[in-house]
Design a protein around this ligand. Sequence first.
Ligand SMILES: *Cc1c(COP(=O)(O)O)cnc(C)c1O
Length: 387
Amino acid sequence: MSTTQKPFGEPVPLLDLKAQYASIKKDIDAAIARVVDSQHFILGPEVEALEKSIATYSGCAHAIGVTSGTDAILVALMALDVKPGDEVITSPNTFVATATCIARLGAKAVFVDIDPVSYNLDVSKLERAITKKTKAIMPVHLFGQMADMDAVMAVANKHALPVIEDAAQAIGSEWNGKRAGAWGAMGCLSFFPSKNLGAFGDAGAVVTNDDKFARTVKLLRSQGQEPKYFSKIVGGNFRIDALQAAILSAKLPHLDGWTAGRQKNAAFYRKRFTELGVDANASRPSKSQPLTLPREGKNVRHVYNQFVVRSIDRDGLKKRLAEQGIGTEIYYPQPMHLQACFASWGGMPGDFPEAEAAANESLALPVYPELSEAQLDTVVRATLAHR
Ligand SMILES: *Cc1c(COP(=O)(O)O)cnc(C)c1O
């Protein structure tokens, strides 16, 4: 690789967590030292402090810190008593954890195709997916942009169905001024290192405005015990580490600044790509417009966990950018209905054409806040050279 010419500039990774750590090293190191000195590793004041600030940040009454985003989804579904025979409606264009949590409880995921512009579930197709077995609706706010939650909630309320938001990629995102996680019965956040608020390992949270769900999720994450050694319900060990909580508390005050950086980078991409001939309003790539840009909905605060373009030759583009030292990723190459692990649900190619097209065409470009304009410009020129 070192002999490959790089005519477009220096290599650009998809994500550079070292740059972020360097910018706040003192605060993070102090937070870690505080927990190590206290030797208080499970729940306690660090976790409570984080939960308070995450709840406030999300516009919710409660946040419950858990082991991961996946476990946030699992305990939220457990709190709704999702069980064998139930159906949960969700998006086929998501990370596999959304659907595996449904499967792990013996329930079935019923998919609704996505809207090709937002990548979130197409709410006009939601109502016809509801059956007598439907137990919940779980929209996914993909890439940092929320689903149309006014429309989701209207359908859910009409059928008296609870909504769980998979907000793993969308902390701080808003639909009509209301934050991700604050709309449904519960919202699920992930603090996986590549998410907008990343821990130093796995962590997540359930946010809710409902006192009863908050209490149940708290019970579930600690073996259903209340008091200790007396279990009311079957739970598990889904507790967030105090160490992760302290690190996340040190990072949270920076999140809005990082989000502004991501938004600025997205705006830069949009400006440069359109200056160089890309139609910012095209939603699907075609022979005449081989590359399209992500579009931001009118009612959203998009937090750009990912900046996803579409290309008629996505795999060629990815390869070509890799040769230039530019990191990209495909989110996601295989929709849920075609995953081998869900074969028993009977999904077939062609079932969800928009999700399948997105899987074949989409590519995430680097958008992390520490990128320089020179790096962004390198990505734009290398991307367009391939077109
Ligand atoms: C990251 C992610 C999850 C899972 O979160 P983890 O913290 O990695 O367990 C679930 N759903 C979506 C959409 C995600 O992006």
